[in-house]
Design a protein around this ligand. Sequence first.
Ligand SMILES: Cc1ncc(COP(=O)(O)O)c(C=O)c1O
Length: 379
Amino acid sequence: MNIKELRTPCYIIDEDGLKANLAILDNLRHKTGCRILLAQKAFSIYQLYDLMGQYLDGTTASGLYEARLAHEYMPEGENHVFSPAYRPGEIDDILSLCNHIVFNSEKQLELYGARAAKSGASVGIRVNPECQTQEGHVIYDPCAPMSRLGITADNMPERLPDYVEGIHFHTLCEQNSDSLARTLDAVISRFGRYLDGSSGGSVKWINLGGGHHITRPDYDIALLEELIFKLKDKYHLEVYLEPGEAVALNCGTLLTTVLETGYNGGNIAVIDASAACHMPDVIEMPYRPPLKDSDLPGKKAYTYRLGGPSCLAGDIAGDYSFDRKLAAGDLLEFEDMAIYTMVKTNTFNGIALPDIYLKRGDEYSIIRQFGYEDFKSRL
Ligand SMILES: Cc1ncc(COP(=O)(O)O)c(C=O)c1O
């Protein structure tokens, strides 16, 4: 198949791009001895878990379903899980699948910790270093005031139960390693006594969470390596990273067709992809997704507001300029659409889910096609 033969809207995953990212992560693993897990929440394309498993140590899950997916499709990998609170009816199933489990509060630890340790899982707790390094996106900041994510130093138990083996934190979002350095200083100053074993437990590992944009060209990998070595030397801990974005950053596009053009105080184009249904972070975050062969509004000759086919007035991908006028039938390709897209789609307005293709070299093959039943079966 070539690109013109694909049914739109569709996501296209670029296998070469994915392999290039995985090679960077694999190199980091080999150089530092750290372990890297895929945060499935960003990119749960299990059809590629076999490939990803060749470069990564395993996966991390947000609950039972992701844990089960990893168990089925990356069975050789480590299977970690973290949830702010586990559902009582699911904990035994989770423990039958996962070899590492992270608890978010002392109460959760009291409820399930001993049972988890007895099942053979390595038990960790998530801490909140109360170190805000993000600007802007409060909804992505686990260190924001009144956060429910992680135990603050004030709420830590005086001594950890003997079975606690890990400390976990996750505070970053699309950040460079300088933010990690600041965060680690806060973690060490607030929780150092748990890391060095002077406050009980038998801590063997630390998980630095996700949000590390390791595969972005300007990411300072040397500093990350230095931080990992420092942790290993000082505390003799196994160091985990669990990136989602960095695994599939810039490894996918969303191909869409212009359905209709019009004018209302400015040029408008209706496309068959929906921001609300197919790229919800554009509205949630919000951000303007990159679009091939376009520029900022007014930079090129023809500027259009690109809107989706739903009833939502705000279903808008953004304003873009082009060298030529748009017309019905034109193909447009949004970039960096592999992460936090396919895992977040919905069928609002009965809008079809985009098919998913794999691009290998210049060849496209279908991973998954969706239809009416996928809409109906969710209701
Ligand atoms: C606990 C945890 N780990 C890892 C990640 C992955 O983060 P990212 O995709 O930004 O690397 C997240 C994202 O929300 C998270 O909450």
